[in-house]
Design a protein around this ligand. Sequence first.
Ligand code: ZN
Length: 114
Amino acid sequence: MRREEAAGNSSLSQSRCEIEKTPLVEGECQRPGEVHYKGMLLVCGPHAALLELEDRAEAVLGSVFRMDEWLQENGSSGADEEYLGRIRHEREEALAALRLIRVQIRSARKEVLQ
Ligand SMILES: [Zn+2]
């Protein structure tokens, strides 16, 4: 194998965005692939940004659910008030972050369609 082939630069630059291989989006994307998403799919910049935001939203939502569960189990059992307050505050902050991410997702979706 020649050195240039091992580096793989020439073939990589010609690959197309592979967003259609995710369950997220229907249809194909004509932009060139730029970023390796999760080390697997090669996607274009706008799709990479969108996927990352969706991931972050899911992670934050997951933490809100976990806090809800914890509050349900411990909220009325005389748990440390200070600690309870801190969890409630963290939950509020997570929800605020989630709202912000939703706004970013909306504009990322528009970007993808351009
Ligand atoms: Zn794309």
